[in-house]
Design a protein around this ligand. Sequence first.
Ligand code: SF4
Length: 317
Amino acid sequence: MEHIEFLQLCEQYRLGNNSNLAEKLLPAVRTFFSKSKQGKLPVIWLETSDSGDNNIAFMNTTYPYLQQVFTDMIDLLYSNTFMAAQGADAVQQLFSSAKALKGRFVLVVEGAIPTNDGGIYNVIVRTKKGDITALQAVQELGELAQYVVAIGTCASFGGASSAKPNITGSVGVSSVLNREVINVSGCPVNPDWFVGTLAHLIMYGRPELDELGRPKIFYEFTVHKHCQRRSYFDKEDFAAKLGDRECMFSQGCAGPKTNSDCPYRQWINHVSWPVKVNTPCIGCTNKDFPDGSSPFFTPLPEKEKHAVQSDKKGERK
Ligand code: SF4
């Protein structure tokens, strides 16, 4: 599959084609592997400070299903959730595989990185020689990796782990590394965004990123741009309360300032998303989430409403 075809495939939801990325991703990757000498993508997955929600989202990937991702796409060398090894064996596996595959593996980080007090608020390994903090591990492994992928908003920008008062000094992965990080934000991430990014790395290398380091194929447009309730917004027909069918800008919807393809990609095997079930978008892919969206369900300031409305013609071109 040519790169342009892959990008078109990612766009097909937006263009109204029922065919979807998930259905065609795995055959494309299999064809790629059959024609190339390249093996599966080596991945080391570190979980740091988060709720584990991105692990769960990843497990909910549908076609390719999780087992297919493992058997056809990636070689998961370390993950405290998925691997069988424990204790010293797991630590040995972590650092020995990173050194053996220097410059050839993907470091996936799930969670923010505490930096206060030397990073002691997240210790990923406890040994007789001392503790290894998430900060130390990410900095050491980040130097060795070919690509670093931050999965979820905590890893991308600090997210809920860095919400006020942030006594642990938690930050996104890119703040502790002197290199590019591919941010696949979301709280949690949509499995397609993550699996699609891995597929792009396998077949074409680094995807084109937006100004926040996110793959444009998934984050280029605002939620508001393709929302099914957009016609209500344009007519200034706003919901009086949660549950009403009109535009939920009046109920604090953050769709106008949030970039993701939720309205057409959707969630839970691509069948629904928050606005479809009468919940305003809370802006979970944003750099300032959750503080910038809090308190939830509170309308944006009037001046932002006018800014969105005055921009609407340009945005729909
Ligand atoms: S404000 Fe929210 S509900 Fe209204 S059109 Fe935009 S994204 Fe949809």
